[in-house]
Design a protein around this ligand. Structure first.
Ligand code: CP
Length: 341
């Protein structure tokens, strides 16, 4: 996979970790660590994003991502608006494009978007002259989750990724978290072994640079970390699992299985967690669990991403205006061309 530094204008977007260079990822992690130190020291709100307007456009449910983006934006002094499907004109049939274009006309600088359609954030980035941050799109990517997972692993692994290995267990097929983790970790020189029911492991996954183990025990044996993935029932057509009980018995993270890991290995879960299904409670709350560290890191990481995108958006020259319309100040370029996602 070719990896290149993102051109400055494109840095106002964060659409995925696929193809992102090691240097860029490490720069974001370094910035996130600075943000974490500032947040821990207190004194919010800061002035970094004073005058920047951030729209949180969540067309799928979220707890961690939405709240942490909102906290991050407010900690940095941004103006924040939130849009969800319920209570907006989307419920009357307005399209994603029309909805966000109208919001763009209100002078938004950054849009943080979660959508069930893979490619929805990339679609908006092409159509609107604002920075777009992917907060999870379908089965595609969840880049800020991937980066906060890297931040958490960097702490656990004492800043060394080379030679380390993560076991990713469960519903890989429907997991945007898994894809971002694989892209991020392989860029940094770590390796990934996935394991899960055959119906939930996509064919050709090895092409992304990871290994596939036939059992959870083989994936976890000697691994430096394990991440259980949520069963994405909302994306399953049915018939993929005999029962939750059987999944839990064969693939769940138990105390016995965690003992197979390397001595200082840690346990992650992106949330929301099905306790007793993907992870047993004594593992989720056990001494190796860094699940709440992931959540704390999520706020700092999102501060760093908002700053990076806002800075690039500030420097980006306005897109050429393609005729009159509903464009944001500076124009929306080819905003009226219709595309589907
Ligand atoms: N990890 C994650 O995306 O959680 P939420 O769905 O609660 O945002």
């Amino acid at each position: 996979m070719s990896r290149a530094t993102t051109p400055p204008r494109e840095r106002r977007h964060l659409l995925g970790l696929e193809g992102m260079s090691r240097e860029e990822i490490l720069a974001i992690l370094d910035a996130a660590e600075c943000c974490r130190a500032r947040l821990r020291a207190g004194g919010m709100p800061f002035d970094d994003l004073r005058g920047v307007t951030v729209l949180l456009a969540f067309f799928e449910d979220s707890t961690r991502t939405r709240v942490s983006f909102e906290l991050a934006a407010r900690h940095l002094g941004a103006t924040v608006a939130t849009l969800t499907t319920a209570g907006s004109s989307i419920s009357k049939g307005e399209s994603l494009f029309d909805t966000v274009q109208n919001i763009g006309a209100m002078g938004v600088d950054l849009v943080v978007v979660r959508h069930s359609a893979s490619g929805a954030p990339a679609f908006l980035a092409r159509q609107l002259d604002v920075g777009v941050i992917n907060a999870g799109d379908g089965r595609h990517e969840h880049p800020t989750q991937g980066l906060l997972d890297l931040m958490t692993l960097r702490d656990a692994w004492k800043n060394r990724f080379a030679g380390r290995r993560l076991a990713l267990v469960g519903d890989v097929a429907h997991s945007r978290v898994a894809r971002s983790a694989i892209f991020g970790l392989t860029a940094l020189g770590a390796s990934v072994t996935v394991a899960g029911p055959a119906t939930l492991i996509p064919a050709g996954l090895e092409r992304l640079g990871c290994a596939v183990a036939p059992t959870v025990e083989e994936a976890m044996e000697g691994a430096d970390a394990v991440m259980a993935l949520r069963l994405q029932k909302e994306r399953m057509d049915g018939g993929l699992l005999p029962s939750l009980g059987e999944f839990s018995k064969v693939w769940g993270l138990t105390v016995e299985r965690v003992r197979l890991l390397a001595r200082d290995a840690v346990v992650l879960h992106p949330g929301p967690m099905n306790r007793g299904v993907e992870v047993m409670p004594e593992v989720a709350d056990g001494e190796r669990s860094v699940i709440l560290d992931q959540v704390e890191n999520g706020v700092a990481l999102r501060c760093a991403v908002l700053e990076r995108c806002a800075e690039a958006a500030r420097r980006a020259p306005p897109a050429p205006v393609a005729g009159a319309g509903l464009g944001a100040p500076g124009g929306t370029g080819a905003a009226h061309a219709k595309e589907t996602v």
